[in-house]
Design a protein around this ligand. Structure first.
Ligand code: 5GP
Length: 182
């Protein structure tokens, strides 16, 4: 099959397996429940497209009412390095004033997206409680001083794909996280 992509799945190395991700989701969901006030509903904000798998799987392990909302941001384009050119494609949300809001990201790299989103929610939405969870944390690539409340795995400064994360639109459907060795 010919696809419009210069990377071949045969060269992909598994970094984090499907099983490891599944186990981590349970831990994160448990931690999320302790962050927000007991017995109150949570608004999970899925940051598309990269967080689609993480967010959908994570909420299955949160044992209380969860409302799911979706926003769309683009920062990489077709590159494997952050362009620092953040594009807010769709930020349409209901009124989240005085709600428990959980921003769900796939990966924090430079931190620019996380900074933008955190500021946006704090200033525009005035939630009761705001928390940020990311599956992957590339601490070594940070350009702004920001850390998530929770994260699944720390990763080196390498470009990763799978489980929602893409390269030129491909590899999002892989159930694990992988990378292409240099
Ligand atoms: P930041 O603003 O922290 O530099 O980047 C955040 C966004 O860049 C993520 O939500 C993700 O879409 C994209 N990104 C950052 N690192 C990677 C990576 O290693 N692989 C992929 N596929 N996307 C990444």
């Amino acid at each position: 099959m010919t696809i419009n992509c210069d990377k071949d799945i045969k060269d992909l190395k598994v970094l984090i397996s499907e099983e490891e991700i599944k186990e981590k989701l349970k831990v994160l969901a448990n931690d999320i429940e302790t962050i927000f006030p007991r017995d109150e509903e949570i608004y999970a904000i899925c940051v598309l497209k990269g967080s689609v798998m993480f967010c959908s799987d994570l909420v299955k392990y949160i044992h209380r009412p969860v409302q799911m909302e979706f926003i769309r941001i683009s920062s990489y384009g077709n590159e494997t390095k952050s362009t620092n050119n953040l594009q807010a494609i769709d930020l349409t949300l209901p009124n989240l004033n005085d709600k428990n809001v959980l921003i769900v990201e796939d990966i924090i790299d430079t931190g620019l997206t996380a900074r933008f989103l955190t500021d946006l929610f704090k200033i525009k939405h005035l939630p009761k409680k705001l928390a940020f969870v990311t599956l992957l944390n590339k601490k070594c690539a940070r350009q702004v001083d920001i850390e998530p409340d929770l994260y699944g795995f720390e990763v080196d400064d390498k470009f990763v794909v799978g489980y929602g994360l893409d390269y030129k639109g491909y590899f999002r459907n892989l159930p694990y996280i992988g990378y292409f060795p240099a």
